[in-house]
Design a protein around this ligand. Structure first.
Ligand code: ZN
Length: 305
């Protein structure tokens, strides 16, 4: 079978390898789609880091059961949250699966995982529908958070991004207002919008200093900053403001798939709106390159083995 093998920075090759066999407690899945995650892109550009499984946004069907698996059957439609999804077949522990409804498209199935990162972050931030929320960054992470916030009924969601295309996408997905950080200081504009109070919750979805600072300085007294962006650099923080305004800052790096699925099946969430391209597996390197070089046009790309 075909599988994309990571050789090093910007060196990803599709090779013919032996099809995997499921071990005890595992299933084998025929991959329909595997989405390119921001963390995969990060690894492609900067090298592997151990906490993130490469190729984990998978939809597919169960084709073989390992010993002891009796709660899944052949043909079951699943989302898989485990590594090695850039291949025709993969194996995964049964704990890494989520059963998909029969009428859910494979495309929708592949974006359950990115939405579940947002579901987890929103849960950790204890966001309430009445909260005013700031999301800094309208890339895949920030837009998924926006979709989740709308799914739980948050009315006021302010979104920042330097790209007009991405700001437009945020508006399309229900943002109350979009702001360009290059057009004036975000915190003062947020203060203006919230009548001097600041937002209840800010979600950092970029992973850069300016964006984190905007979150911290835009949040109200005893508000919450949820950090979901992946940082490569150290960041100096204005600690006096953080302390005197008694802000809670939470790091998040996990997923809540059942909650994301519930948003999609019962609350009208459409994370597939983020998919800007579907490429054959043979073109995987092009998929990664396009996400790097054409950020204005591409947000989420799915690989189809
Ligand atoms: Zn992901």
């Amino acid at each position: 079978m075909k599988k994309a093998v990571f050789y090093g920075i910007r060196d990803l090759r599709v090779e013919e390898v032996e099809s995997p066999r499921p071990g005890p407690g595992e299933v084998k899945v025929r991959v329909r789609y595997c989405g390119i995650c921001g963390s995969d892109l990060h690894e492609y550009l900067h090298g592997l880091f151990p906490v993130s499984p490469f190729g984990h946004e998978v939809s597919g069907e169960v084709v073989e059961l390992g010993q002891g698996v009796d709660d899944y059957g052949i043909g079951d439609r699943v989302a898989v949250f485990a590594k090695d999804g850039y291949a025709e077949y993969m194996t995964a522990s049964r704990e890494a699966l989520l059963r998909l409804p029969d009428d859910m498209s494979w495309e929708r199935g592949a974006v359950v995982e990115p939405l579940s990162g947002a579901a987890y972050a929103i849960g950790r931030g204890r966001v309430q529908p009445s909260d005013q929320v700031l999301v800094t960054g309208a890339g895949p992470v920030g837009l998924m958070v926006l979709i989740g916030l709308k799914a739980i009924g948050v009315e006021t969601v302010l979104v920042t991004d330097i790209s007009k295309t991405r700001r437009d996408k945020a508006l399309e997905l229900g943002a109350s207002e979009v702001l360009d950080p290059l057009e004036g200081r975000i915190p003062s504009r947020i203060k203006e919008y919230t009548l001097g109070r600041g937002v209840d919750v800010a979600v950092e979805a970029v992973g850069v200093e300016a964006s984190l600072k905007d979150c911290l300085a835009s949040t109200r007294y005893r508000g919450t900053v949820v950090v979901q962006g992946i940082f490569t650099d150290r960041v100096p923080i204005h600690m006096l403001g953080f302390v005197t305004r008694e802000i809670t800052m939470i790091g998040t790096n996990f997923i809540d798939p059942p909650r994301a699925l519930e948003w999609m099946t019962a609350r009208g969430a459409t994370p597939e709106a983020m998919v800007t391209g579907i490429f054959p597996l043979d073109d995987i390197a092009r998929g990664f390159e396009v996400l790097t070089t054409d950020k204005d046009r591409h947000i989420k790309i799915l690989m189809a083995p």
